[in-house]
Design a protein around this ligand. Structure first.
Ligand code: FAD
Length: 352
């Protein structure tokens, strides 16, 4: 590591770097660390009381610098920010990023490496684990010791407590919804130091295996689906992409994110990034409203931890209305036609 000298931010030498034990692999966008990555820092708190955390950011240009400054002050557990500025790391491709994690681990000998369980972490962490010859523990929802973790299995129908018995580092992906960060939790009196990772030994090996082509994302002002307080979801019951606009209008009025079932995504009503469930996003908002969603277990796997679930379905026997001793899905259920209920809601709700 080369100390970060020429900026006003405090710098620190490489010797301190060796004392730290947890590395968080962070994703950033628009000059800020993503909330899901701050949750990964929060999760690190549970590994041990005196655990201090290094956060690793990579990319290139001014937005990386801005994100590093944000990282330096976004959570009290962060002891230092490791910044890797290189054109080779401009895009989050698994090959170069996994090699970066490998390089940083070889220098820092961390006991744990954590990433949020989104497409970024799921893409990079397993490859980095293979390079480090360890087996990662994925989708952790609870940490009950430095090597004991709870994770869902069978599409969330059972929780499994696992003991990590492999060698260091213990690598984890965590579900960010299980480690929320309250705004009051992340106040800190001074910024953590920012260090630059020495990439002189990084090389080109394996770089040709994947190539960045383009990124397309919805240009929307709506809250991020993974962290929204309210989510309005539409299923196959919406019947067409055109009808799905009603769900989007309702979400706009409620300041909510839009979600969808896999059936709605497969039918082409909405893009795949809105899918909630076992093979989509995991959400746990304060309020989850589902229209025309049957409640298949693969969908429930992505939303069952929502605080309040409201379901509108014309079939009173739909599984989303199920109430057994083991499982209750909807807290409030309305048996009705969504083509009547949504327009009525749109009419009655005030403009935002
Ligand atoms: P349907 O099951 O067809 O339900 C539509 C519902 O709309 C029905 O209950 C119907 O009564 C109701 N309806 C129809 N018209 C109206 C109306 N006018 N008013 C009110 N209600 C109406 N699914 C996911 O969602 N997410 C996943 O991540 C996911 N991963 C999967 C992974 C695997 C390996 C597999 C095998 C499946 C996965 N699925 C996933 C698919 C899942 O099994 C279901 O097929 C899917 O969730 C069903 O979506 P749906 O509820 O929109 O459609």
């Amino acid at each position: 590591l080369r100390a970060f000298r020429d900026r006003s931010i405090t710098s620190r030498t490489a010797s301190n770097y060796r004392l730290l034990s947890t590395l968080v692999l962070a994703e950033h966008e628009g000059g800020s660390v993503k909330t899901s990555s701050v949750s990964a820092v929060e999760a690190a708190k549970y590994l041990s009381e005196d655990n201090s955390v290094s956060i690793l950011l990579a990319g290139s240009g001014p937005s990386l610098q801005k994100a590093a400054e944000h990282a330096a002050s976004c959570h009290p557990s962060i002891s230092q920010v490791l910044m890797s500025d290189s054109e080779k790391l401009k895009y989050p491709l698994a090959e170069p990023w996994a090699r970066l994690v490998h390089l940083v681990q070889k220098k820092g000998s961390y006991s744990h490496i954590i990433a949020a369980s989104g497409s970024f972490g799921k893409n990079i962490l397993p490859r980095a684990a293979a390079l480090l010859d360890v087996s990662p523990v994925t989708d952790v929802t609870e940490i009950s010791g430095s090597n004991q973790f709870v994770r869902p299995i069978y599409a969330g129908n059972a929780l499994c407590t696992v003991q990590y018995t492999g060698s260091n580092p213990c690598m984890l992906t965590i579900r960010s919804t299980s480690f929320p960060v309250a705004p009051s939790d992340n106040a800190r009196s001074s910024a953590a130091p920012i260090l630059q990772v020495d990439l002189s030994t990084f090389g080109e090996e394996g770089m040709e295996k994947s190539r960045y082509i383009k990124q397309s994302s919805l240009d929307t002002e709506r809250p991020d689906l993974g962290n929204a307080r309210v989510v309005v979801t539409g299923g196959r019951g919406l019947k067409s992409a055109e009808n799905f606009n009603m769900v989007e209008k309702l979400a706009e009025k409620l300041g909510a994110a839009v979600g969808a079932t896999r059936a709605a995504v497969d039918a082409g009503f909405v893009p795949n990034e809105l899918q909630v469930g076992q093979t989509g996003k995991i959400v746990a908002p304060e309020l989850y409203i589902a229209f025309g969603v049957s409640g298949a277990i693969q969908h429930l796997a992505g939303m069952r931890d929502s605080k309040v679930i409201v379901a509108v379905n014309k079939d009173s026997d739909a599984p989303i209305f199920q109430q057994t001793l083991e499982l209750q899905v909807a807290d409030y259920g309305l048996v009705g036609d969504l083509f009547e209920v949504i327009p009525e809601l749109l009419q009655k709700l005030p403009e935002k």
